[in-house]
Design a protein around this ligand. Structure first.
Ligand code: FE2
Length: 135
């Protein structure tokens, strides 16, 4: 069973952002699978880095779009992204310095955070963007 199953309830009803969310979900599931089947630290680190890079790129896309359309809750939304980014960066640094943070722990944390964030914060901007005619 995939770690994160994208279902319609995760839709923000804006095509570009749904596509990016689906890509994140795919990357999460692939990484989770490869962590179960192999234990190649370097390979996992590369894929984890790709996932974190894509997450940062995705946040940028959302923030640019929300700024462009004048989303009234942009500031708190950006703050949520920043908090997650700092926490993950901190976990990654501690992972790399051998402080007992497992790559799987970072993946689990990011996944739980994303599910919650999409359902409760991203879907709110979805309604706003839809009201501005964006789909
Ligand atoms: Fe977001």
């Amino acid at each position: 069973m995939p770690m994160f199953e994208w279902t319609q309830e995760y839709s923000v009803n804006v095509r570009e952002l749904d596509e990016q969310h689906k890509k994140l979900v795919d990357m999460i599931n692939n990484l989770d699978e490869s962590m179960k089947s192999e234990n190649q630290g370097d390979a996992i680190k590369i894929v984890l880095d790709e996932l974190l890079d894509y997450t940062a790129y995705h946040f940028e896309t959302e923030e640019k779009l929300l700024m462009q359309y004048g989303y009234p809750r942009l500031e708190s939304h950006t703050k949520e992204h920043d908090t997650l980014s700092w926490r993950v960066l901190d976990m990654r640094t501690r992972h790399e310095s051998g402080e007992g943070v497992e790559a799987k722990e970072i993946l689990d944390f990011l996944t739980a955070w994303l599910k919650n964030h999409i359902l409760f914060s991203d879907r709110q901007y979805g309604i706003f963007l839809n009201s501005k005619g964006l789909r």
